[in-house]
Design a protein around this ligand. Structure first.
Ligand SMILES: NC(=O)c1ccc[n+]([C@@H]2O[C@H](COP(=O)([O-])OP(=O)(O)OC[C@H]3O[C@@H](n4cnc5c(N)ncnc54)[C@H](O)[C@@H]3O)[C@@H](O)[C@H]2O)c1
Length: 448
């Protein structure tokens, strides 16, 4: 194991002491048990760190957020059951060290970058966290290291933020150290496909770089698909998620067609999905949330737009996706109007504040966006979600989840995410707008 610099250990808050920086020309400290730094311990980075730790690697988990590190130490994080056990074991041992000091990457033989790549208010890519993480990795890079980006990024980013600046430091990818891109495909809340069963795509700056990345990531997956370049791997991820965005936008459009014709959209998709080739089921819903589908396609669209290249189908899909929660809110208001219930008297309960079933993540959540739109229209908004205790609307109102809603609490329930099992209370409500299209109630339900 490499000689570790002064890092905070798992049980203690990270010290603000500077981390010694090894000589970039020194050889890697260990080949048998390389120390791996995982930069960014969020939905992607933490499970990655735990998988590598379980495989026997000494792991340095780095996150600039002390709050996140505190939550990890307190086991207060949203993880699948298997990872909860892994985390407990990792925190009681000595091979996982946690630090809020970015320069802690200097102690690692390999660095895996999993920081967020969001969009800003104008839906423009905001790679500032990635730039910072890459700049630190470059600054502390040394001969023999392997650096792998896993965040979703625009084509050319790994070369721009790692390969070129490393070369300027005299460290050539493929000769002095190894650089690769390996997009993450984690699907939070998915209980049907185990994470290690999901194949990973890897592209290296050189074939040697790809080989090193494959060795590094082998404990995280049962299968690795190597592509010819960094850029091929980068585009693969954007292709996958833009494909999903386009299909979800189309599924929503077709749901409107089905309801117009008096047909059940889910019945139609399920029937079409019996075709064993050429059809991939996508289901309509209240909109898409989370860190991927509402965000990633902009990392494809925006750079292309700057180059004068248009991809209208993807562009239209993203516009439709962004507009979907507003369409649900408009339908809710129309249903209330039909019953002559108007703001400020109107009360709506949103059932599901997580961005999808089975997760506690409310980022880009359709439920929250629908609540925002209704609040803006003057409606009294409440919500129920056993996985999300509280949220803040765009107007700054703090909403707290109602424990056991009753028909006295709202004139209309808008169902946006079904976690399963906890929706018995819904049966008491006469007026339900089902934006998941999946509710099976005794009484009538409205569709978008
Ligand atoms: N969440 C998903 O389902 C998912 C799936 C596939 C791919 N991805 C991609 O993986 C990447 C990470 O996503 P996530 O959902 O894990 O994000 P996240 O927001 O859950 O976690 C990112 C963590 O990185 C930390 N961080 C930010 N800047 C940092 C820095 N400079 N150094 C160290 N830590 C830093 C943050 O504090 C945060 O805890 C994104 O590019 C995302 O698009 C996410």
């Amino acid at each position: 194991m490499s000689e570790a610099p002064a890092l905070a250990v798992a049980a203690a808050p990270a010290a603000a002491t500077p981390v010694p920086v090894p000589d970039p020309t020194s050889p890697p400290a260990s080949v048998a048990a390389p120390t791996i730094a995982v930069v960014g311990l969020g939905y992607v980075g933490l499970p990655t760190a735990l998988a590598l730790h379980q495989a026997g690697a000494p792991v340095i988990g780095i996150d600039v957020s002390e709050r996140r590190l505190r939550s990890i130490r307190a086991h207060d994080v949203d993880l699948p059951a298997g990872d909860v056990t892994r985390l407990r074991e990792a925190l009681t041992g000595e091979r996982l060290r946690l630090s809020s000091i970015p320069a802690a990457v200097a102690a690692a033989d390999a660095v895996i970058v999993c920081v967020p790549t969001p969009v800003d208010d104008q839906r423009m890519p905001d790679p500032s966290a990635l730039r910072a993480a890459c700049a630190t990795a470059v600054e502390h890079a040394r001969r023999g290291q392997t650096i792998v980006l896993t965040s979703t990024i625009s084509v050319g980013t790994t070369r721009e933020l790692l390969v070129k600046p490393l070369a300027e430091r005299g460290l050539a990818a493929g000769e002095d150290l190894h650089v690769a891109f390996a997009p993450e495909r984690i699907n939070p809340g998915d209980r049907t496909v185990a994470q290690h069963a999901v194949p990973r795509v890897v592209g290296g700056a050189t074939p040697g770089c790809a080989r090193r990345a494959r060795e590094l990531l082998a404990p995280t997956t049962t299968s690795i698909h190597e592509v010819s370049s960094l850029e091929a791997a980068e585009l693969t991820k954007l292709y996958e998620n833009t494909f999903r965005a386009v299909n979800l936008a189309f599924a929503n459009e077709m749901a409107g067609v089905c309801t117009h014709l008096g047909l059940d959209p889910v019945e139609i998709v399920d029937a079409a999905a019996t075709k064993p080739y050429g059809f991939l089921a996508h289901y309509p819903g209240p909109g898409v949330g989370g860190h991927c589908i509402p965000v990633d396609p902009y990392y494809l669209l925006e750079p292309l737009r700057e180059q004068g290249v248009e991809i209208p189908i993807a562009d239209r899909a993203m516009t439709a996706i962004a507009a979907r929660p507003a369409a649900v809110a408009a339908r809710a208001l129309a249903l209330l109007r039909l019953r002559r219930i108007a703001p400020p008297r109107a009360r709506v309960l949103v059932a599901g504040m997580a961005y999808k079933a089975g997760v506690a993540d409310a980022r880009e959540s359709p439920g929250l966006q629908i609540a925002d739109k209704l609040e803006r229209a003057g409606v009294q908004v409440g919500y129920h979600d056993p996985r999300v205790a509280a949220v803040r609307t765009a107007a700054g109102t703090e909403l707290r989840s109602l424990d056991r809603p009753t028909p006295d609490d709202a004139d209309l329930v808008v169902v946006t995410a079904l976690h399963g099992g906890e929706l018995e209370w819904l049966r008491g409500f006469e007026h339900v707008l089902d934006a998941t299209y999946r509710l099976r109630l005794d009484g009538p339900r409205h569709l978008v």
